[in-house]
Design a protein around this ligand. Structure first.
Ligand SMILES: CC(=O)N[C@@H]1[C@@H](OP(=O)(O)OP(=O)(O)OC[C@H]2O[C@@H](n3ccc(=O)[nH]c3=O)[C@H](O)[C@@H]2O)O[C@H](CO)[C@@H](O)[C@@H]1O
Length: 381
């Protein structure tokens, strides 16, 4: 007999917290595991909002962010901080998600101690070394270290196999984003006071078709954001729509959006929303314009068409399934694709009713079952 498997989950950003809380909920209530949680604080406020709504209480908070910190300094602080936690906790497995620097460094610190690493959302690839930077190489480096790879889709599993990852260590689980958004949507249905931060805006735009707009990717910072903002301004000329845009706190994002959209009556630029109000907004929306990754998965789970304002996506599954369309960052195309969805009910229905390719909401359950199968022998790999 061996004791419970001790799992240390390490994460630092809002998207990681959203995609990991369904797993953490299960690990906590399951006697087969001892669960420890270390947050790095790579996103501070946005991370805390998720921890709060999902009732996740970290055992360690490294609070690593410093003003003006370089990527080198961040990585160094993360490595010594996470290394210290590993030395204290001595977990059997370190669980990380996705592609952040927090995830990569946690994997590296585990590797230095020969502790097994399990990787959720493994196998996403853009195929371009610097797009997204540094996430594409973060993902690949985590793959090289991990001994269990939870691929969200078959496409991701194939990408891992193409990199000669042992097929026996790859498991297609679905994406935990689907579990998370369903959990949040059910909570919102049960409690109408949740997500009250968007009540005012939803009431103001009750007669209109709401378009949710988010844009924050580094690769769009130059002319892309200006184009996106101008496209939104053109769309907002229509009286039957309203655009609600939670503005990412990155200082490179706000000015472009404000310049083009500030004084529009049917546009609301709002601060970044907590997960509960954001999902409430998604549920009330007609369609989404975004360059986000996670929102493509959530939109598919909620049956909301999403136009992806990028030239490439590491989530081609949505495009193939028809839940998403890649529209680039040129103003003309963004406007024409949006108008097509607004004016052509068949085109709208085809996207809204397309089958969600990102999972069935049971990814967290599968991940926990796979973790439970880790034996003392393979914990050390
Ligand atoms: C460069 C790159 O590709 N980076 C990606 C990016 O992930 P992303 O594109 O999914 O990130 P976002 O769009 O920021 O977050 C989305 C989540 O946030 C929720 N949301 C959104 C607005 C709001 O007002 N309130 C909210 O609650 C929303 O429902 C959703 O779940 O960053 C990650 C780590 O930095 C990376 O790992 C990941 O590769």
């Amino acid at each position: 007999m061996t004791g419970p498997l001790k799992i240390l989950t390490v994460f630092g950003t809002r998207p990681e917290a959203i995609k990991l809380f369904p797993v953490l909920h299960r690990l906590t209530g399951d006697a087969r595991f001892t669960s420890r949680i270390c947050v790095t604080g790579q996103h501070r406020e946005m991370l805390d909002q998720v921890l709060d709504v999902a009732r996740i209480e970290p055992d360690y908070d490294l609070d690593v962010m410093q003003p003006g910190q370089t990527p080198d300094e961040l990585t160094a602080r993360l490595l010594t901080g996470i290394g210290g936690v590993l030395d204290m906790e001595k977990p059997d497995v370190v669980l990380v998600q996705g592609d952040t620097t927090s995830a990569l460094v946690a994997a590296l610190a585990a590797y230095y101690r020969q502790i097994a690493v399990a990787h959720a959302e493994a196998g996403l690839r853009s195929g371009e070394k610097y797009r997204p930077w540094p996430e594409e190489i973060n993902r690949k480096a985590i793959t090289a270290i991990a001994s269990l790879h939870f691929a969200p889709t078959q496409t991701a599993a194939i990408s891992l196999e193409a990199e000669s990852v042992d097929p026996a260590s790859i498991h297609v689980t679905g994406n935990t984003a689907v579990d998370a958004v369903r959990w949040m949507a059910a909570k919102l249905d049960a409690d109408s006071t949740l997500g009250a931060e968007v009540t005012e805006v939803l009431e103001r735009f009750a007669e209109k078709r709401i378009i949710v707009l988010t844009a924050h990717r580094r690769e769009s910072f130059e002319e892309g954001l200006g184009n996106i903002a101008r496209a939104a301004a053109t769309i907002a000329v229509r009286e039957d729509v309203a655009i609600v845009c939670p503005v990412h706190p990155n200082p490179a994002v706000r000015p472009a959006l404000e310049n083009a959209l500030n004084d529009r009556e049917n546009v609301a630029l709002v601060p970044p929303l907590g997960y509960a109000p954001f999902v409430r907004l998604l549920k009330a929306s007609a369609l989404l314009l975004t360059d986000s990754g996670g929102i493509q998965e959530e939109a598919a789970a909620l049956g909301k068409p999403v136009l992806v304002m990028r030239d490439a996506t590491e989530r081609p599954e949505g495009i193939v399934a028809g839940t998403a369309r890649l529209v680039g960052t040129q103003e003309i195309r963004i406007v024409s694709e949006t108008e097509r969805l607004l004016d052509d009910p068949q085109a709208y229905a085809a996207m809204a009713n397309a089958k969600n390719p990102f999972g069935d909401g049971k990814a967290a359950q599968q991940i926990c079952e796979l973790l439970a199968r880790m034996t003392p022998a393979n914990r050390q790999t």
